[in-house]
Design a protein around this ligand. Structure first.
Ligand code: Q0N
Length: 287
């Protein structure tokens, strides 16, 4: 860490430091969470995979929306970013019916004010992706809100803008990923505004921590889908009869290695770069 960086925020597996008034350093650790609990065992290089993927997507979506990326650091796990005024909503796009979207649909037939056709099955692909904003709950569990509630928080014009841009970003990445055997079922963005009030994509983009990645070759609606990246760790945890409360279990070496291999596989499929080549020069991911 730079000598002078002051810590400004922590996520479950990432840290944010201020470099100066205009710049932040976003550092991705190798920590992994399953069932919302951070495990005591790290996955080597997970933070580098996620940082590289995020930088890859920022570079390739610049034409859709400006983003906060200034530089990928030589360590491969940190990004220097522009410091923004953050919008107080999470911008979620769902292309498939899963997670809280599936729960809400089963209970009400709606997701965040979108009335969906009857008879949809778990994990089913939606005819069109939907924008389903959420509030940033301090508890850590985001709460789905309607478009009206989101408009109260950011204004109707800004909401219309983030909705259109979120959908365009999702369509672009989902199409790229599907061609490479990965379904991006849903994803979450955070946006900010710069000194000129221009909208800027912040946080991380289309990483397996901010999105659900599913293997395309085994996809079938009517059941939950395996996670592309975390399924080994989840399956192992399920064999233990663990109650999913802190502290989580240590992962054995074979589960760590299998999980690391899946992260690297996702990186290599999506970026079409060897992960070792990324480590040698992380800027390669910017093309
Ligand atoms: C910011 N968060 C979200 C742990 C906490 N570019 C930015 N400018 C100003 N503030 C933020 C960003 C960004 N990104 C975002 N908190 C502050 C929570 N996280 C993000 C990752 O690390």
């Amino acid at each position: 860490m730079p000598e002078t960086a002051t810590h400004v925020a922590s996520g479950k597996v990432r840290e944010l430091y201020a470099l100066d008034d205009e710049r932040l350093l976003l550092v991705a650790s190798d920590r992994i969470s399953t069932f919302d609990v951070v495990l005591p065992t790290e996955i080597p290089d997970k933070g580098r995979v996620l940082t590289g993927l995020s930088a890859f997507w920022f570079a390739r979506t610049e034409d859709i929306c400006a983003n906060h990326l200034l530089a990928v650091k030589p360590d491969g796990r940190s990004l220097e970013c522009r410091r923004l005024e953050m919008l107080p909503i999470e911008c979620v796009v769902r292309g498939y019916l899963t997670g809280s979207g599936w729960k809400d649909y089963q209970a009400t037939g709606e997701v965040c004010g979108h009335t969906l056709p009857t008879g949809l099955r778990e994990s089913e692909r939606l005819a069109e992706p939907i924008f389903t904003p959420a509030t940033k709950a301090e508890s850590g569990h985001d709460e789905n809100i309607t478009r009206e509630a989101a408009a109260e928080l950011v204004g109707a014009d800004r909401l219309a803008q983030v909705e259109a841009i979120s959908l365009a970003l999702y369509r672009f990445a989902a199409e790229h990923a599907t061609k490479r055997g990965i379904i991006i079922a849903d994803t979450k963005f955070e946006f900010g505004t710069d000194g000129d009030d221009r909208l800027v994509l912040a946080d991380e983009a289309f990483t397996p921590d901010s999105s659900r990645f599913w293997p395309a070759d085994t996809y079938a609606p009517g059941r939950g889908q395996p996670s592309f990246d975390k399924q080994f760790a989840r399956d192992y945890c399920e064999t233990l009869g663990w109650d999913k409360a802190y502290p989580g279990p240590e992962l054995p070496d074979d589960v760590v290695e299998g999980t690391r291999a899946r992260y690297v596989e996702a990186f290599e499929r999506l970026t079409e770069l060897r992960f070792d080549d990324y480590l040698e020069n992380p800027e390669r991911v910017l093309r």
